[in-house]
Design a protein around this ligand. Structure first.
Ligand code: UGA
Length: 442
């Protein structure tokens, strides 16, 4: 099938490469010529496991091309919009990239084509765009098909998702457009034929439900993380261990153990901005209090960073000035070089600004961090960061840090003090090596 993908950021680049890998002919468009040049050379513009191989395989088949020229999408039957929806000044989603991509794309869409939104948008956006599309190109159909990929597993999540959600005209009760809806489902089933044959559940809903599935899923995940971090606060004053607590409540299948890791909380390009945009949208919808709890979710989350800075300061005897701090991890989570709203980078910068001598190392995110925070000192290995450290801070749970031998670390640091910001180390092993071990809520 001939497919176009508009936007070659995290979502678009992975989607384009994955669609080519499963056999479609893909043209991928972005306004950034450098990004397009890199992708055309087969280079992934960010660190994502499996993406380089997927891109190389797709490029070798000749089934993918990258361009800055939107007119090249003419000929594709399905056009995916995968541009970013960053946080605007008031917390609401900034839709300027979606609107610009959509307007430009509409010039090349033909009757019968599908325009498929993948970006995370406020509920109501698809209905608005659908009306605009129908007015501009009668017979073209607008679908919302949210994406649930996780960074670090993006290719796998795209090729073998845990569910497919099609938000089609007529999908929500009472909507009239059954013919367009049936056409959209038939075409998308062809796009995702491999995943469907493998048994992936596919839900056909309306525009509003599809948009809400995405934001409510992220709001739920964020709430789950903040719930356990609130328990970490309680554990800290009662002497309980939040990790053992999570293990115990997680064994109840209704609760589940996933996304109950307490620590520094959530960051990244999705959860923080999505809960704020959802909150702002609920107020616009005339429901000023319905999502009040998301303010708490946000506040609990941000308090973890304050708590980590306080804990590091306490461990250093009350002042960080002139103290040497080894920061292990800068990315918002392991297997990523993404530092957007990263708790780890935020904490490192705060300690640096407070007068500490911070030596930071991340296996993949040194360069992305340096671009946004050039004043921090970045080193090339964990060992260099650890040399003569007064305290060790593990802020992103890369396997490499989990695997550190505390006895070896003990031999290079000045003081045996470790703050485990992600509760990813074995406290017994570190204490056995002579360390003062401090976790987050344990
Ligand atoms: C998230 C969702 O998990 C995806 O389903 C969604 O498609 C994506 O946002 C998106 O909207 O595009 P992602 O941002 O890649 O994916 O990262 P997550 O794995 O959700 O982790 C988010 C943050 O929560 C990370 O900072 C992580 O360290 C933190 N986290 C996660 C915890 O603090 N505790 C946990 O138990 C789990």
């Amino acid at each position: 099938m001939q497919i176009s993908v508009i936007g070659c950021g995290y979502l678009g680049a992975v989607h384009a490469a994955s669609m080519a890998k499963v056999g479609h002919d893909v043209v991928a468009v972005d306004v950034d010529p450098e990004r397009i040049a890199a992708l055309s050379r087969g280079e992934a513009p960010f660190f994502e496991p499996e993406l380089p191989e997927t891109l190389a395989a797709a490029t070798a088949t000749g089934r993918i091309r990258f361009t800055t020229d939107m007119s090249e999408v003419a000929g594709a039957r399905v056009h995916f919009i995968a541009v970013g929806t960053p946080q605007g000044a008031d917390g609401a989603a900034d839709l300027r990239y979606v609107d610009a991509a959509f307007t430009e794309l509409t010039r090349y869409v033909r009757p019968g084509d599908l325009v498929v939104g993948k970006s995370t948008v406020p509920v109501g956006t698809a209905a608005r765009l659908a009306a605009e599309l129908t007015a501009a190109v009668p017979g073209a159909v607008l679908v919302w098909n949210p994406e649930f990929l996780r960074e670090g597993f993006a290719v796998q999540d795209t090729i073998a998702p845990d569910r497919l959600v099609y938000g089609v005209p007529g999908g929500d009760a009472g909507a009239p457009d059954e013919e367009a809806g049936a056409h959209a489902v038939a075409v998308l089933d062809e796009v995702y034929a491999g995943a469907i044959a493998a048994g992936t559940p596919r839900l056909v809903v309306g525009h509003a439900t599809a948009e809400l599935v995405k934001v409510s899923a992220n709001a739920f995940l964020a709430t789950k993380i903040s719930f356990i971090n609130a328990m970490a606060e309680i554990a800290e004053v009662t002497g309980a261990d939040v990790t053992a607590l999570a293990d115990a409540i997680g064994l109840d299948a209704r609760i589940g153990r996933k996304f109950l890791n307490a620590g520094l909380g959530f960051g990244g390009g999705c959860l923080p901005k999505d809960i704020r945009a959802f909150r702002a949208r609920s107020v616009e919808l005339g429901l000023p209090h319905t999502l009040d709890f998301l303010d708490d979710v946000d506040a609990i989350n941000l308090r973890r960073r304050d708590r980590a800075v306080e804990a590091a300061t306490e461990l250093l005897g009350g002042s960080v000035v002139g103290k040497r701090i080894a920061v292990l991890g800068l990315a918002f989570k392991p297997n990523s070089d993404d530092v957007r709203d990263s708790p780890a980078l935020d904490i490192a910068i705060r300690l640096h600004d407070a007068g500490a001598e911070v030596l930071a190392f991340d296996p993949e995110a040194n360069e992305t961090s340096r671009r946004v925070r050039p004043t921090l000192t970045y080193v090339g290995s964990a060992r260099e960061a650890l040399a003569a450290a007064d305290v060790v801070l593990v802020l992103t749970e890369w396997q490499e840090f989990r695997d550190l031998d505390p006895f070896e670390v003990a031999s290079v640091v000045t003081d045996r003090v470790v703050l485990d910001g992600r509760n990813c180390l074995d406290p017994v092993a570190w204490r056995d090596a002579g360390f003062t071990y401090r976790g987050m809520g344990r």
